[in-house]
Design a protein. Structure first.
Length: 112
């Protein structure tokens, strides 16, 4: 069974933009990989540009993206107007159990 997560970024207007990740979404999987390997805004932006992903790798080349790697329709980033709206809805919208928010220079993990 998959542990779904939402990987996202806080934008200057305080909205939240991000992607769905299907596998290994807990803090020892996706959370640890993000903290160890996605440590700059450029890396985060490159990850989000892939659209929804099946599995997070240590870089965008080893990440399994639905569109790029599996030939599925491209699903662009989902956007919420605020952190509060994301927290209230992403579990229902995506079935996510965890959310990881890039906050300027570090990750914030949220258990949903």
């Amino acid at each position: 069974m998959a542990t779904r997560s939402f990987i996202c970024k806080s934008l200057p207007d305080h909205s939240i933009r991000g992607i769905y990740c299907h596998f290994d979404g807990d803090m020892t999987g996706v959370g640890k990989t993000l903290e160890d390997h996605y440590t700059t805004e450029a890396q985060v932006d490159a990850l989000l540009a892939l659209g929804d992903i099946s599995e997070l790798g240590v870089n965008v080349n080893t990440t399994v993206a639905y569109h790029r790697d599996r030939g599925e329709d491209f699903v662009s980033n989902m956007t919420y107007s605020s952190l509060g709206e994301m927290e209230a809805n992403v579990g229902t919208d995506l079935g996510a159990q965890y959310a990881y928010v890039w906050m300027v220079d570090c990750w914030e993990a949220i258990s949903l």
